[in-house]
Design a protein around this ligand. Structure first.
Ligand SMILES: Nc1ncnc2c1ncn2[C@@H]1O[C@H](COP(=O)(O)OP(=O)(O)OP(=O)(O)O)[C@@H](O)[C@H]1O
Ligand SMILES: [Mg+2]
Length: 382
């Protein structure tokens, strides 16, 4: 079917504003007054339907259960991550305009704008998929679209061991850590599986505890009977209605949480979180972006100082608030691993540093210098 004909049908459907069901697409095709064979109508219907209702040419990629990320950097550059690093696919868009149309349509589904006045969008689709898009001229050359698939349920500890993320028997120490109600942060680079591991760990929390989650976008999927979720909100076009993660943490503390969970600590909410963990809210947890576990204190310091907390005050709170850092990394083959577990300690100058306690090893965690301290914090378990 010619591109011109597809365009005409697209136009007609857009004008009618009706839901593009296969029947309507077929009718719009017929209304073009062309005699088309059944196969052609079907083919055209399918490609238009994908474009209008689904994720277009990306649909088969997103349907693959192994795919975690789909990245479009140009009409003929569509990449996927199947857990082995990025792979170029043979999926292509007809032209740059169709990538832009898809990005705008997905943004509209998420009730967000994507146009010259607001050339990027970071949103969550109704099925939980996280989308990010930037359109030209900010994105040079082509609309860039990044989709992150969120698994409908958390991995179990056994699945994490089978996937090589945890070493054999590695779940024992994590269970003990949760049971001892130690507060922890999961650190790692982008897409290393921080949120996914946090979901899994929350599933280990006792049934009688109440989890209150504060997130920018509801990504955590803990298998737990008592979960309260709060989600932040961007301001509307008039600039009203903004709800920040910081607001959520404040509210969460009034909701009698047994575990306060901050999906990703990335701004001034770090001050409320640390204050909460210092005032009897043990067992709190979250994720934080850092390339090494030992960078976590400096990362929190940077977030805290931009919120007006001075360095000494932050470190003294941190020492009392946070016990453990669980660090994730991807190895050279792209596999996600729980690389290290660190404990936090105060040095002679009163500043907090991390000390490695466990390191991933193919036969089980290898013990490091900080292990005796971690072990005693877990009440001598394991
Ligand atoms: N252990 C794992 N094995 C296989 N796939 C995983 C694993 N952990 C996470 N994933 C997948 O990798 C993708 C990224 O995971 P996740 O969102 O948890 O990472 P993240 O570190 O929180 O990312 P971000 O930095 O964007 O917050 C998801 O699609 C998830 O399903
Ligand atoms: Mg995350």
């Amino acid at each position: 079917m010619s591109a011109g004909l597809l365009d005409a049908v697209r136009q007609r459907l857009a004008e009618s504003g009706a839901e593009p069901t296969p029947a309507r697409v077929a009718a719009a095709l017929r209304a073009q007054g062309r005699l088309l064979g059944d196969a052609e109508v079907l083919g055209g219907t399918e490609s238009l339907r994908c474009e209008l209702v689904g994720t277009g040419p990306l649909e088969p990629l997103l349907a693959d259960p192994a795919v975690t990320d789909v990245l479009v950097s140009a009409p003929d550059r569509v990449w996927v991550d199947r857990g082995r690093g990025l792979e170029l696919t043979d999926v292509t868009f007809t032209d740059a305009a169709s990538v832009r149309r898809l990005a705008q349509r997905l943004a509209a589904v998420a009730e967000r704008r994507l146009d010259d006045a607001r050339p990027w969008v970071d949103a969550r689709l109704p099925d939980g998929t996280r989308m990010h898009a930037v359109i030209p001229p900010v994105a040079v050359g082509s609309t860039c679209l990044s989709l992150r698939v969120v698994r409908p349920r958390a991995f179990s500890m056994d699945e994490l061991i089978d996937a090589g993320t945890l070493p054999p028997g590695g779940d024992r120490v994590l269970r003990a850590l949760i049971e001892a109600r130690l507060s922890f942060l999961i650190s790692g680079g982008t897409g290393t599986g921080k949120t996914t591991l946090l979901s899994s760990l929350l599933g280990l929390v006792g049934d009688r505890e109440r989890l209150v989650l504060a997130e920018d976008s509801g990504e955590l999927r803990p298998e737990h009977p008592h979960v309260v979720r709060l989600e932040s909100r961007t301001a509307n076009q008039e600039g009203a209605g903004l709800v920040t993660l910081r607001d959520l943490v404040r509210q969460a503390l009034r909701m009698r949480p047994d575990r306060l969970v901050v999906g990703e600590v990335r701004g001034p909410e770090v001050t409320e979180l640390l204050a909460a963990l210092n005032t009897g809210h043990e067992g709190g947890c979250g994720t934080v972006h850092a390339n090494a576990a030992s960078d976590v204190p400096a990362r929190l310091e940077a977030l805290g100082t931009s919120a007006g907390l001075d360095r000494a005050a932050l470190h003294s709170q941190l020492a009392a608030a946070l016990s453990v850092v669980i660090h994730l990394a991807r190895d050279r083959t792209g596999h996600r691993r729980l690389a290290e577990v660190h404990v936090l300690e105060r040095d002679a100058g009163g500043f907090v540093k991390t000390v490695p306690a466990l390191r991933w090893h193919s036969t089980g965690f290898a013990l490091e210098r900080g292990w005796p301290l971690l072990r005693s914090r877990m009440g001598g378990a394991t």
